[in-house]
Design a protein around this ligand. Sequence first.
Ligand SMILES: Cc1cc2nc3c(=O)[nH]c(=O)nc-3n(C[C@H](O)[C@H](O)[C@H](O)COP(=O)(O)OP(=O)(O)OC[C@H]3O[C@@H](n4cnc5c(N)ncnc54)[C@H](O)[C@@H]3O)c2cc1C
Length: 476
Amino acid sequence: MPQPAKTDVVLVGAGIMSATLGALLRRLEPDATIAVVERLDSAGAESSGPWNNAGTGHAGLCELFYTPEKSARVNEQFQVTRQFWAYAVQHGMIERPRDFVHPIPHVSFMHGAHGVDRLRRRHDALADHPLFAGAEFITDFDEFAARLPLMASGRSRDVPVALDWAPQGTDVDFGVLTTKLIDYGERHGTEVLFGHQVRTASRESDGSWTLSLQNRHTGQSRTLNTKFVFIGAGGGTLPLLQRSGIPEARGFGGFPIGGVFLRCGVPQITAGHRAKVYGAPAPGAPATTAPHLDARMVDGSRWLLFGPFAGWSPRFLKHGRATDLPRSVRPGNLASLLGAGIGERALVGYLLSQLRQTDSSRIAALRDFVPGAVERDWQSIRAGQRVQVIRGGRLDFDTTIVHAADGSIAGLLGASPGASTAVPAMLEVLARCFPDRYPGWLPMLKEMVPSLGVRLSDEPALFEQVWRWGTRVLEL
Ligand SMILES: Cc1cc2nc3c(=O)[nH]c(=O)nc-3n(C[C@H](O)[C@H](O)[C@H](O)COP(=O)(O)OP(=O)(O)OC[C@H]3O[C@@H](n4cnc5c(N)ncnc54)[C@H](O)[C@@H]3O)c2cc1C
């Protein structure tokens, strides 16, 4: 048997998580040998791709389904991400921020007396918070119409409306950003293997890991031996963690929820909406399906995206296999999966109702936001798969880092708040998996993220400083 190729780090998957971790590690350890293994032929082609997610730089500014506490937490996390992006641009790791991030207001929207009251209470709960300064509460219909003409046109003035308007939001093309970060690694010695699927990860007696890879075009197999593996395989993470046999992965299950967006690229229509506007999720619906009408910038063109509508498929990846869900059922997670099936009846009912949706019924839902919407202007597109984590018989909508006790292997499960919090999530991977090296990395990490370890809510002067820096460097 030929000896496997040896490397210090293997990153499984070329999505935003691996791309971010790879860029951080490349900066911290310029001489480390790093390999990225991706089953598809390009980076950022699964959930991180621009049409597979909504491109919201989630900062808790408009997500009505977050509690005020969670909004503040997610905002703090997004500030960490934003600082790293500014550092990466300033130090030439990535170029042309306008390729991947644009300023856009983030807005919460409610109508009807009850909705207006609910939104007012939410606005008041965050009004004095330093990270939410500048948000405006708007109930005047003329002002609403001036700011969101597409949403006001054809709407009855008799029904009260309210907006919570945060001017400092962003629209992000995470696919382009992923590609830029992967390219940065490759220019500095990272090996990137596209079209290769990691099949198994086995622990060796010296504590290292041997990964078996298959070239999806030629069918040829090869192996890679590494001291550290990060499984950033999106929906493919759970099966690989299960196959690694680490006890920490036992008991976890996954439930895939697909998404469908309506998309419009008609210039006369896209010109009438320059914001990301979020409503509240339907009763019984998962929070991640709160409807929103998003202005997007993709490939230099303006688009509108509305949704997501939930879809269902047993695949864990958009380009995955129908056997993904059944193959993930193990004796160790069966009870948990069954428990979730019984406990989440409202969700199952909601998903079934969503499966009955047709293009016409999706347009009817869109008319809540765009009263004058007509079917011919909007096209349905399939979004990415989210594999929601199941543990302890419950569905968990957050992200979870699972790692072996010795830190030699880690994976990220779940997809919310998602790509926007890739940097704090990957910093957590570094802290947990490299406890001996992390203190030595801290000075450089603080250059990358000056607020590291500090709550910006408690340090308004530092917040002001890093906010201005990011705004200038990222051309926001
Ligand atoms: C409908 C929807 C809307 C969303 N909206 C937002 C949003 O507005 N803002 C936001 O911040 N986040 C959003 N998210 C979440 C965000 O898209 C994800 O959290 C993020 O893209 C996940 O990145 P990742 O790198 O973990 O996974 P991915 O981008 O899915 O990358 C994983 C990669 O691993 C590869 N892979 C899988 N298995 C293997 C294997 N065995 N071997 C080799 N390669 C493998 C895949 O091909 C893929 O390229 C949304 C997600 C969805 C589905």
